[in-house]
Write a protein that binds this ligand. Structure first.
Ligand code: ADP
Length: 893
C-alpha cells in the first residue's frame, strides 16, 4: 500500500472514530443536562399552578373574611339577628363573585344556613347530594379551636372538587369568642382549571379519585401517592413530560391529582443542538483532516513521490545525468540533496565502471582475436609436425630411428590434446565458446564414441561396453561434437584409471513430454576410485586427486573442468560417485529435444573449425564420385585444390571469380561448390547469396556450398552460414580433410590406390631439392608434399603450381606497386592477401608472412610502414622467384 493511501486510511479512520465516539458522548453528557433543565422547568410549571391555586384559595379566604368578621354575621350566628339572611344571603349576589357555596355553623357545629349552586347555571344544588360526607361538629373544617386562623383546602364534592375556606365568625373588630364558623367554597371546575392553567401558562389536568374513568396509572398514583415521601412524580413521554402532584382533601386523604403537561421542547432543542454540534464538528473535522492531508501531501508525500519517480526513471533509463533540485531546507530538502549527491557519485562510479567495462571488453576482444589467431597458427604448426612425422614414418628408417619417430608422434599427439584442452578452456573462460544445436542419431553417436576408444581399452586388457536404451535410434538435438568431447574424456579417464575390469557407458532415457527426453549418461569403471574429500576438487581446473596421479598417469587436470562447464552450458550437471578401490561413476542428465526422424539429417550437419586431429595418411585413400565447382581466384590455390580433388577422383571445374562461379552454376550441374570467400568482383559470400536466390526462384534443390577460407577469426563460420553455405574448410587443408568434408556430400566410389611415395619416388622428389643449393626463401617441404599427391602419368603438379605462381605473382607484384604508389589501402590489402596465400602454397613462407603484415596494415588503413614492407616484399619476392626457377630447372634436368 502506498504511503499516500496509508495516510488517507489513517485520516478516514480517525474521522470515523471521532464521529462514532463523539455522538454518543454528546448524548451522554449534553442530553441529561437538557433533561434536568426540562424537569426543573416542568416542576416550576407545577409550582406556578400551586401558586395560582393558593391565590384562588386566598381570594376565597378574603371573601370568607368579609362575611365572617362582621358584627351582623356574629349576631346572626348567635341567633340574635335573623333578618341577616334576607339582607345578605341572597344568592343573586353570587353572580358577581366566584363563590359557589356558603355554609354558616353555630359554635356547636349546627348548620345555620347553607347553600350551594351549580357553577355554570347558577342553579341551586342539593347539599346532601353535593357533599356526600356531611359537615358536622368533628369535621376538620370546623376545628379552629382557639385560633382565628383560616382553614383552607379542597373538599370532595359530587360535581367537582371544591376549594374551601373556613373562618370563625367574629365581630367586625375581629373579636371573639367565635360565634360560629363560615365556610365558603368554589368549585374547581373546568373553567377554573383553565384559568389556573392560563395563569400559570401550562397545560393542566385535574383528576379526582372518585372519578370512574381514571387510567390505571392515575389510580395507582392515588393509591401510592399518600405513602410516598413526595407526592410529586414525573413521567416522561416521547412528546411531553407529565408532572403529577397528588393533593389531599381537607381530611388529609389523597383525593386529587394535578397533572402538569410540559411539551418536551427542551429535550428536542437539546437533540437539535447535539445534531447541529455534530454536523459542525464533523464538518470541522473533515476540513481539519483535509487540510492536514493536503498539508502532509505537499510537505511530505509529493516530494517523496517526485523523488521516487526520479529514482524509477533512473532505474528504467539508467540516465544518471538528470539533476534533482530542491530549495527546501528541511529534512525532505536534505534527503533530496543527499539523493542528488548519491546520484552524482553513482554517475561517477558508473562512468568509471563503463570505462573499466570497455577496457575489459577491448581486452576480451583482443584475447578472443589472439585466441583465434593462436588456434589457427598452432593448428597449422601441429599439422606440419604430425604430417612430417608421418612422412618420415613412410621412409626407410632403422629401428632406433623408427622408435624416435614413434616417440615424436606420441608426444605430438599428447601435445595436440593438451593444446586442444588449453584452447577450449580459454574459450570457455572468455565466454567465446558457443554450442551448436543439430539433429543427430543418438545410437550411432554413442557407438562411434565408444568404438573410437576401443583400442585404448584393448591395450590395457579392459572390456569396454556401451549400453544404450532401446529407443536410442531416435534423433536428438544437441551439440554432438561437444558431447563426444565430454564422453570421450570420461571414458578415457575410466580406462586410464582402471587396471582391470571394465568401463561401461550406460545411457538411459525417459520421456519428459511428447517433445523432450531426459537422457542420463553414466560412465562406470572398476578402477582406483577417488576419495570422498577429493571428489569435488577434481572438477576444478588444473586439479588432480593428488600429485602422484600426475606422476603415474600424466594429464593436465583440465579434462573434467572443461567437461563440467560444457555440461552446465547444456543445462546439465556433471556428478561423481566413487569409492577408493572399487571404481567410479561419472554421470550427467540432459533434457534433449527428441525427433521421430531416425536418420542423420544432412541439412543439420554441423560446421566446426576446431582442431581436428589429422588422420594418419593411409596408402589407400577411398575415392569419391562427383563433380565440383572450384571457385578460386588464386592460380596456385586452383592448382593445389585441383590436384587434391583429382587425387580422390573428383572432377573440378574452375571459376576464377564470383561472376564466373554464377555463370558456371547456371550452365552446369555440380555435386558441390568449393567457394573461396575472398575473390575479386563478387566475393564468395555474395556469389553464394546469388546462387541461393537463383535456386529459390527456380525451386531447385540447393547445391552444397563449402566455404574455403584462410581466415580463422571468430565469427567467420557464422558469416558463412549466414550467407547460405553448408560447410567450412579452412586453408591450408590436407587431402584427407578435403576428402572428409566432401565425403559427407558426394557418393563414395570403389577404392582406388594412390601409390605410396616409394623410397625411390621420395628420393625422386626430394633429391633434386636436397641436391640444389639450399634456399632460405622457400620451404621445400611444401612443394615436396604436393609432389606426393601427383598422379602417375599426369603433368607434374609441382611444376603446374610453380608455373601458375610465376605468372600470377608477377601481375600481383605490379598491382601492388601501383596500389602503394596511389596509397590505396584497400587495394594494397586485397593484392597482398592473394600474394600471401599463393606464396604460402609454394613454400615462400617468409614472403607470405611479410604479405600478411602488410595486409593487416592495409585493412587498418595504416600505410605508414607500407613503403618499407613493400621494399622487403620486393627483395624477398626476387629471392623466391630465383629459388623456384632453380627448383624447376633441377626438376626438368
Ligand atoms: P587429467 O585426467 O588430465 O589429469 P581430469 O580433469 O580429466 O584431468 O581429471 C582430474 C583428476 O580426477 C584426475 O587426475 C584423477 O585424479 C581424477 N579422476 C578423473 N576420472 C577418474 C576416474 N575415472 N577414476 C579415478 N580418478 C579419476
Amino acid at each position: 500500500m502506498t504511503l499516500q493511501k496509508k495516510i488517507v486510511l489513517v485520516f478516514v479512520s480517525l474521522g470515523a472514530i471521532f464521529a462514532i465516539g463523539t455522538y454518543p458522548g454528546l448524548q451522554a453528557v449534553v442530553l441529561p443536562a437538557f433533561q434536568d433543565f426540562e424537569l426543573a422547568s416542568a416542576q416550576q410549571n407545577l409550582s406556578r399552578v400551586q401558586r395560582a391555586l393558593a391565590a384562588e384559595l386566598r381570594a376565597l379566604e378574603v371573601y370568607n373574611r368579609e362575611y365572617s368578621e362582621w358584627d351582623d354575621a356574629y349576631d346572626y350566628a348567635l341567633g340574635r339577628r335573623d333578618e341577616y339572611k334576607e339582607e345578605n344571603l341572597d344568592t343573586s349576589y353570587w353572580d358577581g363573585v366566584d363563590v359557589d357555596m356558603m355554609l354558616y355553623f353555630t359554635v356547636d357545629g349546627q348548620m345555620l344556613w347553607g347553600k350551594i349552586v351549580d357553577p355554570s347555571h347558577r342553579g341551586e344544588l342539593s347539599l346532601e347530594q353535593e357533599l356526600p360526607q356531611a359537615i358536622t361538629v368533628d369535621h376538620p373544617l370546623l376545628q379552629h379551636g382557639n385560633t382565628f386562623q383560616p382553614i383552607l383546602g379542597i373538599l370532595r364534592a359530587q360535581t367537582a372538587p371544591m376549594l374551601v375556606s373556613s373562618l370563625p365568625i367574629l365581630t367586625t373588630e375581629r373579636a371573639g369568642p367565635p360565634a360560629g364558623t363560615l365556610i365558603t367554597g368554589r368549585y374547581l371546575d373546568s373553567e377554573l382549571i383553565a384559568a389556573l392553567a392560563d395563569h400559570a401558562s401550562v397545560e393542566l389536568e385535574v383528576f379526582s379519585r372518585d372519578e370512574s374513568g381514571n387510567s390505571p396509572a392515575i389510580t395507582s398514583e392515588f393509591e401510592t401517592g399518600g405513602e410516598l415521601e413526595t407526592s410529586i412524580h414525573s413521567h416522561y413521554g416521547n412528546e411531553d413530560l407529565r408532572v403529577h402532584e397528588v393533593i389531599t382533601d381537607v381530611f388529609g386523604r389523597p383525593s386529587f391529582l394535578f397533572e402538569v403537561n410540559t411539551p418536551r421542547s427542551i429535550t428536542a432543542i437539546g437533540r437539535s443542538t447535539i445534531n447541529a454540534a455534530m454536523i459542525f464538528l464533523l464538518a470541522a473535522t473533515a476540513v481539519f483532516l483535509l487540510g492536514s492531508w493536503l498539508f502532509m501531501r505537499n510537505l511530505i508525500i509529493a516530494p517523496v513521490a517526485t523523488l521516487t519517480k526520479h529514482m524509477l526513471r533512473i532505474r528504467e533509463t539508467g540516465d544518471l545525468d538528470h539533476k534533482l533540485v530542491s530549495d527546501r531546507s528541511d529534512e525532505i530538502g536534505l534527503l533530496t540533496q543527499e539523493f542528488d549527491q548519491l546520484r552524482g557519485e553513482l554517475g561517477n562510479v558508473q562512468s568509471k565502471l563503463e570505462t573499466a567495462r570497455d577496457q575489459a571488453l577491448a581486452l576480451s576482444d583482443a584475447k578472443s582475436e589472439f585466441l583465434a589467431r593462436m588456434s589457427h597458427e598452432i593448428r597449422t604448426s601441429m599439422n606440419g609436425v604430425l604430417g612430417m612425422v608421418e612422412l618420415l614414418d613412410g621412409t626407410t628408417l632403422n629401428d632406433t630411428q623408427k622408435r624416435y619417430a614413434l616417440t615424436i608422434r606420441d608426444s605430438a599427439d599428447s601435445l595436440l590434446d593438451i593444446i586442444n584442452d588449453v584452447l577450449d578452456f580459454s574459450k570457455i573462460e572468455a565466454g567465446k565458446l558457443s554450442l551448436e544445436n543439430v539433429l543427430f542419431d543418438l545410437n550411432t553417436f554413442l557407438t562411434d564414441t565408444v568404438v573410437n576408444l576401443e583400442n585404448l581399452a584393448q591395450e590395457k586388457g579392459l572390456s569396454l561396453e556401451c549400453q544404450v536404451p532401446p529407443n536410442s535410434a531416435l534423433a536428438v538435438s544437441g551439440d554432438p561434437f561437444r558431447m563426444r568431447q565430454v564422453l570421450t574424456n570420461l571414458i578415457a579417464n575410466g580406462i586410464k584409471f582402471t587396471d582391470s575390469g571394465s568401463v561401461v557407458l550406460r545411457v538411459t532415457a525417459t520421456n519428459d513430454d511428447a517433445e523432450y527426453m531426459n537422457i542420463r549418461f553414466e560412465v562406470i569403471d572398476t578402477g582406483i576410485g577417488i576419495v570422498a574429500e577429493k571428489q569435488k576438487l577434481i572438477f576444478d581446473s588444473f586439479s588432480q586427486e593428488d600429485g602422484s596421479t600426475t606422476r603415474r598417469f600424466g594429464g593436465t587436470g583440465l579434462g573434467l573442468a572443461i567437461s563440467k562447464q560444457l555440461i552446465e552450458m547444456m543445462d546439465g550437471s556433471l556428478c561423481v560417485q566413487s569409492e577408493p578401490g572399487k571404481g567410479s561413476v561419472f554421470s550427467f542428465d540432459l533434457r534433449m529435444k527428441a525427433s521421430s526422424e531416425t536418420a542423420f539429417s544432412a541439412s543439420a550437419r554441423s560446421l566446426h573449425k576446431d582442431i581436428l586431429r589429422p588422420k594418419k595418411r593411409t596408402a589407400a585413400i577411398r575415392a569419391l564420385r562427383g563433380r565440383v565447382l572450384l571457385a578460386e581466384d588464386n592460380l596456385v590455390n586452383q592448382e593445389v585444390a585441383q590436384g587434391l580433388l583429382s587425387s580422390i577422383g573428383v572432377e573440378a571445374i574452375v571459376a576464377k571469380n564470383g561472376n564466373e562461379t554464377i555463370e558456371q552454376f547456371l550452365c552446369n550441374t555440380f555435386d558441390a561448390v568449393l567457394m573461396d570467400c575472398q575473390m575479386p568482383e563478387l566475393d564468395g559470400y555474395q556469389a553464394t547469396q546469388a546462387i541461393r536466390q537463383l535456386e529459390s526462384e527456380s525451386s531447385e534443390d540447393p547445391v552444397t556450398i563449402i566455404a574455403v577460407t584462410a581466415n580463422a577469426l571468430a565469427g567467420d563460420r557464422e558469416k558463412c552460414v549466414a550467407a547460405g553455405m553448408n560447410d567450412y574448410l579452412s586453408k591450408p587443408f590436407t587431402g584427407e580433410q578435403l576428402y572428409q568434408v566432401l565425403s559427407k556430400y558426394l557418393e563414395r566410389s570403389e577404392r582406388i590406390t594412390i601409390q605410396e611415395p616409394s623410397v625411390d619416388r621420395a628420393r625422386e622428389s626430394v633429391t633434386p631439392e636436397s641436391n640444389q643449393p639450399s634456399s632460405l626463401a622457400i620451404d621445400a617441404s611444401v612443394l615436396d608434399g604436393l609432389a606426393e599427391l601427383q598422379e602417375t602419368g599426369s603433368q607434374s603438379l609441382v611444376q603446374r603450381v610453380v608455373q601458375a605462381y610465376l605468372e600470377s605473382s608477377e601481375k600481383l607484384a605490379l598491382q601492388l606497386h601501383a596500389a602503394i604508389d596511389s596509397a590505396d589501402a584497400d587495394s594494397v590489402a586485397r593484392t597482398v592477401h592473394t600474394l600471401k596465400s599463393s606464396s604460402a602454397n609454394v613454400g615462400a613462407l617468409k614472403l607470405a608472412d611479410l604479405c600478411k603484415t602488410l595486409e593487416t596494415a592495409g585493412r587498418q588503413s595504416d600505410l605508414s610502414s607500407a613503403a618499407e614492407l613493400h621494399r622487403q616484399i620486393q627483395q624477398e619476392y626476387e629471392q623466391v622467384i630465383d629459388a623456384l626457377k632453380l627448383r624447376m630447372k633441377a626438376a626438368a634436368a
